[in-house]
Design a protein around this ligand. Sequence first.
Ligand code: ZN
Length: 110
Amino acid sequence: MVNIRASCETCGNIELPTTDVRVWVCNNDNRGEYSFRCPYCATTVVKGAEPRSINLLVASDVQRGTFTLPAEMSETKNGRRISHHDLVEFQAKLHDTAAWDEALDALLNG
Ligand SMILES: [Zn+2]
C-alpha cells in the first residue's frame, strides 16, 4: 500500500494511504481538487490542486471522479445580496413554528 503526505488544518502534516484520498476534476473547467478524511481528527479536507498534482495522484492509484457545477452558478443574479441581517432573520424563522405553519398554509392553500 502506498502512502502519501497531506496536510490537515488541525493536525498538520499527516500520511495516509492513497485509497483514502479522492481526486475530483470539474467537467466545466477542468479545475481539480482532492479530498480525504483526516485519520486523526476525522475532518474532511478538500484542497485545490494543479493539473500536474492531479496527474501525480492518479498515477499513484488515487481514485478519480468528476463533478459538474450546478447550472445556477451561470445564472445572472438580480436583486440585492443576502445580508447578515437576512441570515439572522432566517435563523429566527427556522425556530418559529407559527411562521412555519403560516408559510405551509399559504403554500398549500394559496
Ligand atoms: Zn486532522
